[in-house]
Design a binder for this molecule. Structure first.
Ligand code: E4P
Ligand code: PEP
Length: 347
């Protein structure tokens, strides 16, 4: 009996390497060009060179890839229709950070039953990202596990560091080496400073340990990511999308010698996790922008084919199609109406 090692480990399994997964599900040259272009467009919006608003819209989490693809097709129609006013991309979230415990997303538990078939989850996630990008839509996702990034980051055009990891050294180091614009969410306690510290840290070069495409342990030395920005998502004390909060965020970013660039998350603690309240957040920030608050560069909506959410039932056949199994989302009809009204106001 080994008394010192693996005391709390019950099993270790080999996993496919990033390169093996990419060989199975490769990105074409055309797709690489589309993702490169999307990242540049997003970067120009976040820096203010492009005056459009970034709209990150989609499910709280992906659990059914067919429903996700139906959603992507619908969203892509709006992306093309409103392209001169807003840049629409899809929230394609596969990793869920939990306050305590709960389903952790399609990659970790693709069968939703605690069997943790992570290899299958990675394949499903990569194959969905390929399909979404192939129709010309760009994908936005949270980067939670730095190892997972090696399998999927090439297909992602915008990433978020979540409220629960925004203070983490590991996530700041990872961000400094990521190839796409990355938003730091304010902490769950509402701290904007924590996210601004994350932005600042990730702009510098770092060295850290990670795995390469073959799965070998390596030292990565990064150049720093100049495309970091702030995401206001509200906090324990309530929402932070109001003008006073936006101005406080601007002050904190300026004090850190960062150019203010803010995306407002209309969900989470800005809506008290009530989907019907996302609309009022969105209307308010569009009004702020029209009054000249140019530091607001985008917004995020949690939206699905149908509104609300549902618990993961014992019998998975009972799950309703197109309804979130994590946070509440607005439904497709409301999503269409909200995006149309944003564009109308910006006209
Ligand atoms: O976005 C989803 C949730 O807000 C996040 O994963 C935390 O969820 P929990 O507080 O239900 O664990
Ligand atoms: C988990 C999320 O958000 P936050 O980190 O703001 O809680 C999310 O956007 O899915």
């Amino acid at each position: 009996m080994d008394k010192l090692n693996n005391v709390n480990i019950s099993e270790v399994q080999k996993l496919i390497s990033p390169r093996q997964l990419k060989d199975l599900h490769p990105a074409s040259e055309d797709m690489a060009e589309h993702i490169h272009r999307s990242r540049r467009e997003i970067s120009r919006i976040l820096s203010g060179e492009d005056d459009r608003l970034l709209a990150i819209v989609g499910p709280c989490s992906i659990h059914d890839t067919s429903a996700a693809m139906e959603y992507a097709e619908k969203l892509n129609v709006l992306k093309k229709k409103y392209a001169d006013k807003i840049y629409i991309m899809m929230r394609v979230y596969f990793e869920k950070p939990r306050t305590t415990i709960g389903w952790r997303g399609l990659i970790v538990d693709p069968h939703l039953d605690g069997t943790y078939q992570i290899g299958e989850g990675l394949k499903e996630a990569r194959s969905l990202l390929l399909k979404i990008n192939s129709i010309g839509l760009a994908a936005a996702s949270e980067m939670l596990d730095p190892i997972v990034a090696q399998y999927l980051a090439d297909l992602i055009s915008w990433a978020a560091i979540g409220a629960r990891t925004t203070e983490s050294q590991t996530h700041r180091e990872m961000t400094s080496g990521l190839s796409m614009p990355v938003g730091f969410k304010n902490g769950t306690d509402g701290s904007i400073q924590t996210a601004v510290d994350g932005m600042k840290s990730s702009r510098y070069p770092h060295s850290f340990i990670g795995i390469d495409q073959s799965g070998d342990t390596c030292i990565f030395t990064t150049k720093g990511n100049s495309d970091s920005h702030l995401i206001l998502r509200g906090g324990r004390r309530g929402p932070n999308y109001y003008e006073e909060s936006v101005e406080e965020a601007e002050r904190i970013m300026k004090a850190a010698e960062l150019k203010p660039a803010i995306v407002v998350d209309c969900s989470h603690s800005n809506s008290g996790k009530k989907h019907i309240r996302q609309e009022r957040v969105l209307r308010d920030i569009v009004e702020q922008r029209l009054r000249g608050k140019k530091s607001i560069r985008g917004f995020m909506l949690e939206s699905n084919l149908f509104e609300g959410n549902q618990k993961i039932s014992e019998n998975l056949c009972d799950l309703k199609y197109g309804v979130s199994i994590t946070d509440e989302c607005i439904g497709w009809k409301e999503t269409e109406q909200l995006l149309a009204s944003v564009v109308e106001k910006l006209d």
